[in-house]
Design a binder for this molecule. Structure first.
Ligand code: FES
Ligand code: FES
Length: 154
């Protein structure tokens, strides 16, 4: 199988990754990139667990071919922290509110919530619900997640 070497910036670091053209950005980030924070739930664009930021916009990494990310700037959940001891305000708020149970949805929700708060620091409840409408959580009932986003936006 011929591989192509892709250059991309992941969490502020230049990466060169050799990948086959059929592979998704999600698989490449997790397997070649070693960034397993981004989760594979459905692998067909339904659950939002794989959400990453690509050139400033949230994308479902399972629906993006890695070759489409040539030259792109990617942020994964690992990139939210400036250092291992320095949690992002959204991570702090999720912990404070007990907004994560099994945790499988949490990386995608953190990334989507960051995108929401970056463009709208004080979202209404309706805007939070709409912003998170592509992220499925099977455990929490969403109330605590929305509380955490509200707290982080204050
Ligand atoms: Fe990508 Fe579910 S794993 S949307
Ligand atoms: Fe389990 Fe959301 S905490 S799916």
């Amino acid at each position: 199988m011929t591989k192509r070497v892709l250059e991309m910036t992941v969490n502020g670091e230049e990466r060169s990754l050799a990948v086959a053209s059929y592979r998704s950005l999600l698989d490449v980030l997790r397997e070649e990139g070693g960034l397993t924070g981004t989760k594979k739930g459905c692998d067909v664009g339904d659950c939002g667990a794989c959400t990453v930021i690509m050139d400033g916009k949230p994308v479902n990494a399972c629906l993006v071919l890695a070759v489409e990310a040539q030259g792109a700037e990617i942020t994964t959940v690992e990139g939210l922290q400036s250092s291992p001891d320095d949690l992002h305000p959204l991570q702090e708020a999720m912990m404070e509110h007990g907004a994560s149970q099994c945790g499988f949805c949490t990386p995608g929700i953190l990334i989507m919530a960051k995108c929401l708060l970056d463009r709208n620091p004080h979202p209404t409840d309706e805007e939070i619900r709409f912003g998170l409408s592509g992220n499925i959580c099977r455990c929490t009932g969403y109330t605590k997640i929305f509380d955490a986003i509200r707290t982080a936006g204050k």
